[in-house]
Ligand binder design. Structure first.
Ligand code: ADP
Ligand code: ZN
Length: 746
């Protein structure tokens, strides 16, 4: 191999440039593409990633690197290629992409393996030593005998626990040279103390066999494979296909990544995967945001070293450094949490498709409610489509009943929380000892505090939203802003007009919980949302006791909408189906349809069939009507027509530029200037919208303006936007963010 004299690096700072350095002879054979190095930068040091090894460099004043950080190259050529694609596509500096690609604990290489003491027998034990001991220190002899039986070194703490002897005794033996103490690596396995019961492959039904065959065929000729969209109703056995697909990949000597939304990365999910591959539990690594830095270090190295062959994780697990990647599964591919809302603003599903192309592996996108994008791709032949139409247990889809809140409202005021029909249905479940889930995607008790005299609402001083009143435990008895966390005391009188005329209005999960508890005083009611689940274990505990039947009614936000299996739930109430529908967003209808279908999938997974009540003020909107009849094709058809007519995705790509500043006028002026420059740069190939105040005009003290651009040639558009931005000097207090394929239009 060529001896590297020069390297090109990307340093961990946004300088938008790659730099060349010299490699001292002594380090030369340890540096390659993907290595991490410390380099002099200006008058300090900086960490950097090697992206090329050169035999010469034109750079002036070239300086030598200072050190190599960590050991083997941390980034493969394929991942580097992926990073370059992300940078170009998402209009984002490569340094920022690198931050997502490599966890901080790996980039900095400051945390190493956890060290602990291991014990093993000493090489030789003088016989007279033992005799002396027998008389004077019988406990040391006892311990020594236990140690001499060891075939492999054992953790000191474990040995002492097993023998019920103490550390002092062990130290004494070591001092006499009778045993050997050595530091060794111990894995910080987040699931190390759990036992997983081994499960075998289930016998697949006819539809599942076809779907699996698509995957195995693709695995056999991955260079020709197209992404596979697995569209299967909830409970149709998609996960079983993932499991057998992974098995097939392993049998071909390849590895696999399973992406699930963070919220579905429950103990149940982990258990299903660890259980199926229980014969080699170490094979399965889990990556999610609740790992400690040490655990993340260990899981990452377990993957990087090739010990783990299967990775389950949330969004960023798409960057898991597996070698010989054969299969990427994206479960619930329609989930918006796959989109990262900070730079790099990537969508893990789309990155998965690109990584699959680079690594020549198979990608499977699964969902009961595919995104319009993926469904469209399947329709146009870009993706392969596999469909599961039946639930495995032959269960009927739940019966969906629409409750028109306009009529209920006429009867009594409280009916807008629980209609008469829903109330009656809950009562029946309580009698039969069956469980109910009530869903409302809004936290808090009252969602606003209004003055009935002057009409003023208590708004957040930093954001253009009303403050929510909480009873407990979040911001107990106070008003709080869900966007910036600002809290305020509840005023006695209206601060605007001085009248004692304040009224609470609107409701969130807290109020649903308390209303339900009042109506059904004997029922056990629990709430599950970001406020009540602040403790790390609370989520797990609540799910366990719900599963065990100790809770009759579970009230919650989207936390309970996803992928959970509860056989005894026969009723689901959607308290207000309109919340998502009236968002100023072209995806509002799609989201509502998906949400209704997903939440409905929670009902009737056991012996008895389920019932779903959808409370709404707009009973005839298409998303509600099509969801009611479980008519995916019908919904997609009409929604696609709408999108095409309006030049929205999936027919055109969108780029959303947000310009913000604490000074409204400056944000506005910058937005207008940028729009003018874009107009010159983009020509007529792209649809450029006027700069407008964002729907959420003010957020965390910043005034926000939007520019929306649509077009087909997205990489070209990205480049033109980047070039235009680079040429414009923005005032220091103006921030510009570019979001390619945006999911948040607020
Ligand atoms: P999905 O992921 O589509 O919601 P799952 O894979 O979780 O569906 O399957 C739902 C239930 O049916 C699970 O309890 C699973 O173990 C079971 N199941 C899946 N496939 C089969 C099969 N072929 N035979 C028997 N049970 C199955
Ligand atoms: Zn706020």
């Amino acid at each position: 191999m060529l001896k590297p004299n020069f390297i090109r690096v990307i340093i961990d700072r946004a300088i938008h440039r790659e730099l060349d350095y010299l490699v001292p002879e002594t380090l030369a054979d340890r540096v390659s593409v993907g290595s991490r190095v410390r380099v002099p930068f200006r008058d300090k040091s900086a960490l950097a990633t090697v992206v090329a090894v050169l035999d010469r460099s034109e750079a002036e004043g070239i300086r030598p690197i200072e050190a190599i950080v960590g050991e083997t190259p941390v980034l493969s050529k394929e991942l580097l290629e992926l990073a370059r694609w992300m940078s170009a596509y998402y209009c984002c500096p490569i340094e920022t992409v690198m931050r997502s690609l490599l966890p901080q604990v790996i980039r900095r290489a400051e945390i190493g393996w956890k060290k602990q003491l291991f014990v093993q027998p000493a090489d030789k034990i003088p016989p007279d030593e033992l005799e002396k001991l027998r008389r004077r220190a019988p406990r040391q002899v006892e311990l020594l005998e236990a140690i001499n039986k060891l075939k492999v070194p054992m953790l000191a703490t474990e040995l002492l626990r097993k023998t019920s002897l103490d550390n002092q005794t062990l130290r004494a033996l070591a001092k006499r040279g009778l045993v050997e103490l050595r530091e060794g690596d111990v894995p910080r396995d987040p699931h190390g103390d759990e036992k997983f019961i081994a499960t075998g492959n289930l016998e697949l039904n006819a539809e599942q066999i076809l779907a699996l065959k698509e995957i195995t065929d693709a695995l056999d000729s991955p260079e020709k494979a197209r992404p596979i969209l697995l569209h299967g109703v909830t409970g149709s056995g998609k996960t079983e296909i993932y499991l057998q697909g992974i098995r097939a990949a392993l049998q071909r000597g390849r590895s696999a990544i399973v992406l699930v939304p963070e919220i579905s990365l429950t103990p149940q999910t982990v258990e299903r995967f660890k259980g199926r591959f229980a014969e080699a539990q170490d094979d399965v690594a889990v990556l999610h945001s609740h790992l400690s830095e040490g655990e993340r270090h260990d899981e990452w190295h377990k993957i990087h070293s090739g010990r783990a062959r299967i990775v389950i994780g949330a969004r960023s697990a798409i960057f898991a450094p597996l070698k010989n990647l054969g299969l990427i599964i994206v479960d619930e591919e329609h989930e918006t949490t796959y989109k990262q809302e900070e730079a790099p603003r990537y969508h893990a599903r789309d990155v998965a498709a690109v990584r699959a192309k680079i690594e020549k592996c198979v990608v499977v996108l699964g969902s009961a409610t595919p995104s319009l994008e993926s469904y469209h791709n399947a329709g146009s032949g870009k993706y392969e489509l596999a469909t599961l139409t039946q639930r495995v247990d032959q269960q009927q889809m739940p019966l969906m009943r629409i409750v028109d809140l306009r009529q209920e409202r006429r009867k009594e005021k409280a009916a807008s929380i629980l209609s008469e029909k829903l109330r009656a249905a809950i009562a029946v479940r309580l009698e039969k000892h069956e469980q109910t889930i009530l869903f409302l995607n809004r936290r808090g008790f009252s969602t606003s505090l209004l003055c009935s005299n002057c009409g003023e609402a208590r708004n957040c001083p930093n954001c253009s939203v009303a403050l929510t009143f909480h009873r407990h435990p979040a911001a107990a008895g106070r008003l709080s802003c869900h966007l910036c966390g600002h809290t305020a005391a509840v005023p006695k009188k209206c601060p605007a007009c001085g009248k004692d005329a304040l009224i609470y209005s609107g409701f969130g999960t807290e109020k649903v919980e308390s209303t339900v508890a009042q109506i059904f005083p004997t029922a056990v009611v629990k709430r599950m949302d970001a406020d009540s689940m602040t403790r790390k274990q609370a989520y797990r505990e609540t799910l366990l006791s719900f599963r065990a039947g100790k809770i009759d009614i579970l009230v919650g936000t989207q936390m309970i909408a996803k992928g959970l299996h509860f056989p005894n739930v026969t009723l689901v109430g959607i308290i207000n189906a309109d919340l998502a529908l009236h968002m100023p967003d072209f995806r509002a209808g799609e989201r509502t349809f998906q949400l209704l279908t997903q939440v409905a999938g929670r009902a009737g997974r056991g012996e008895t069939s389920g019932e779903v009540f959808v409370q709404t003020y707009t009973p005839f909107s298409p998303s509600i009507q099509f969801a009611r009849h479980h008519d995916f094709a019908g919904y997609f058809q009409q929604e696609l027509e709408f999108r095409e007519r309006c030049d929205f995705p999936p027919f055109k790509h969108a780029v959303l530029i947000t310009i913000r500043s604490a000074h409204e006028a400056r944000a506005k002026f910058s937005a207008e200037t940028l729009a003018r420059r874009l107009k010159e740069a983009l020509g007529s190939e792209f649809i450029l919208g006027d700069p407008t105040p964002a729907p959420l005009e003010k957020l965390q003290g910043q005034f926000r303006f939007h520019i929306l651009i649509r077009g087909e040639a997205i990489v070209r558009l990205s480049r033109l936007v980047r070039e235009t931005l680079d040429k414009l000097p923005f005032p220091e207090d103006v921030t510009v963010a570019v979001d390619v394929d945006p999911y948040q239009l607020l």
